[in-house]
Design a protein around this ligand. Structure first.
Ligand SMILES: Cc1cc2nc3c(=O)[nH]c(=O)nc-3n(C[C@H](O)[C@H](O)[C@H](O)COP(=O)(O)OP(=O)(O)OC[C@H]3O[C@@H](n4cnc5c(N)ncnc54)[C@H](O)[C@@H]3O)c2cc1C
Length: 511
């Protein structure tokens, strides 16, 4: 089948969906190929037992407030009244628990200082200086991401200087620079599953963007994440665009320096197709796509940028509990982050390098408590999701050498986390558990099509998060990247990535 279209988009990840919706609305012909049966990539929603709906990966998101990235895009798409968000508790959107200490992270920076100095009164000066530096760097980062505006740069020279000084820093480097007590470091960085990296590897910039982003407002969609994705899908389809599900791109077609389309297979029928387009948008992993095309066809500068290491993979547990008032046990409009270690770097090492989950650190999220909309499970039932890190090579080896061992290992990790939940949070959690399912790194690879089961595309180390980060430019003609690894990861990050590419190619304004 021959098909000429304006933008042929490979993958229906969030960045692609945003780009596709904006372009379709502007009158361009869109054709999207998605290997999976559902749209949304990491953000897809699946149903189990005919009654429970789980979002594969999204938990909470930022930049959804008035005039922020997500809001601006929805406004442009006339979806603002349709797609709404509920705010997490500003007095404590993340609740951190570690041996001997706990901290509710508030939106207000002054309140954060007060809570930390109450816990660590001998370190008041350091805490104040650290929090101020975080605010300064956040301001600076706002003005160094495109589109650059000279008057703003001139007004924020000091903040931008701070940004430059931290270019190669990990979060740990900055904790050390400000001599924060170890327990304060652990409490502040307990949301490490949001990055799947510990402080000694995580880019300080990545941490600042997420931490201050959630301080401005942490959100959950009023009608769940599925509704957000479906609204974007509707916009594409109502404007004449088409999404072909279970269609896997197998090859990018190149003539000299031009990409002219893709070869694809319908995974249901096995039929092969060739699609030509004026421009091809790569919503799948850029590094994998570049290697399909032949990395030597890309400029030297691009080859360097494409040489990123993948972010670690993860372990997810999708659970349903019945007849349990989770609010009575400390759950609500917030996430719970638990760590059994004093030092998060050790906690991460034990799970990721040693595959030892005897003292797990993990996130607990309760989507049912974040909206009264319902729809994700029957009344009386509640969804609880658990998330931690997992080593791809280890789990792949297990899965392909011994399926039984692999299944048992998955249950062992879940058991280890539930043991902690019963010990520290909900004493008879298992009695109320009516559904459980786990996802390992190979599950990620299979359903999200992410190489090595990676969680966030390119790893969020200082090397990858900086001024030299990959963007939409591919160095080939009519071929653009549009994925977390060629912009920013996360819901807000991929909204920005898709909208920014739209702005560049259409010369229209959104952000
Ligand atoms: C465990 C976990 C938790 C997370 N939690 C949050 C959170 O709480 N908040 C937040 O903001 N972010 C979160 N994220 C990050 C967020 O989910 C991602 O950054 C974002 O969804 C990535 O979108 P993307 O546009 O890069 O595309 P992807 O989601 O990577 O989608 C790419 C799409 O391309 C398709 N594809 C790939 N190859 C082909 C091919 N050859 N042919 C056709 N289709 C193909 C795939 O099937 C997929 O649908 C989380 C991620 C993980 C892993």
């Amino acid at each position: 089948m021959e098909n000429k279209t304006d933008y042929l988009i490979v993958g229906s990840g969030l960045a692609s969906m945003v780009f596709g919706a904006l372009m379709a609305q502007s009158g361009k012909r869109i054709l999207m190929l998605e290997a999976h049966e559902f749209p949304g990539g990491f953000g897809h929603t699946f149903e189990m037992a005919n009654k429970y709906k789980f979002n594969a990966q999204f938990h909470y998101v930022w930049n959804c407030g008035e005039g922020e990235t997500v809001d601006n895009v929805l406004q442009k798409l006339n979806l603002k009244d349709e797609v709404k968000f509920n705010r997490y508790d500003p007095d404590g959107f993340d609740h951190m628990y570690m041996p001997g200490f706990s901290l509710k992270i508030p939106s207000d920076a002054k309140e954060l200082v007060t809570r930390l100095t109450n816990l660590f009164p001998n370190h008041t000066k350091n805490i104040v200086a650290f929090v101020q530096e975080v605010q300064r760097v956040a301001r600076g980062l706002d003005h160094v991401s495109p589109p650059l505006k000279l008057p703003n740069i001139l007004k924020n020279v000091l903040a931008i200087k701070s940004v430059v000084s931290h270019q190669s820093h990990t979060l740990q480097d900055v904790f050390n620079q400000f001599e924060l007590p170890l327990e304060a470091q652990t409490l502040l960085a307990s949301q490490w599953p949001d990055f799947l990296l510990p402080p000694n590897q995580l880019s300080f910039f990545a941490w600042v963007m997420l931490f201050t982003g959630y301080q401005r407002g942490a959100y959950y969609p009023e009608k769940h994440f599925e509704h957000v994705i479906k609204s974007l899908q509707k916009t594409i389809e109502n404007n004449g665009g088409e999404i072909l599900f279970q269609h896997q791109a197998t090859e990018f077609l190149r003539e000299d320096k031009n990409v002219i389309g893709v070869k694809a297979t319908d995974l249901q029928s096995g039929k092969k197709f060739v699609f030509h387009a004026k421009a091809t948008i790569c919503g799948m992993d850029p590094k994998k796509a570049a290697h399909w095309i032949g990395i030597h066809h890309f400029s030297k500068a691009l080859q360097k940028k494409l040489d990123y290491q993948y972010s670690p993979s993860n372990f997810m547990a999708y659970c349903v509990v019945r007849d349990l008032d989770l609010k009575k046990y400390g759950f609500g409009k917030w996430n719970v982050f638990h760590t059994g270690h004093k030092n998060l770097n050790d906690a991460f090492y034990q799970m990721y390098q040693e595959n030892d989950y005897s003292n797990p650190s993990f996130a607990i999220t309760t989507p049912t408590l974040l909206t009264s909309h319902g729809g994700d499970c029957p009344p009386g039932d509640q969804i609880v999701e658990l998330l931690t890190v997992a080593n791809y090579e280890h789990w792949k080896q297990l899965k392909f050498s011994d399926q039984k061992k692999y299944n048992k290992a998955k249950m062992d990790v879940l058991d280890a986390m539930i043991n902690v939940i019963e010990r520290d949070y909900v004493p008879d959690f298992r009695k109320h558990l009516v559904f459980k399912m786990t996802g390992s790194p190979t599950t990620n690879e299979r359903y999200c099509w992410c190489p090595e089961g990676n969680s966030y595309g390119s790893n969020m180390t200082p090397k990858n998060i900086g001024l030299n980060r990959l963007d939409h430019k591919s160095s080939l003609n009519n071929f653009y990247f549009c994925n977390a690894s060629s912009g920013y990861a996360g819901f807000a990050g991929t909204f920005w990535t898709g909208a920014r590419l739209y702005e560049i190619l259409s010369k229209d304004n959104v952000l």
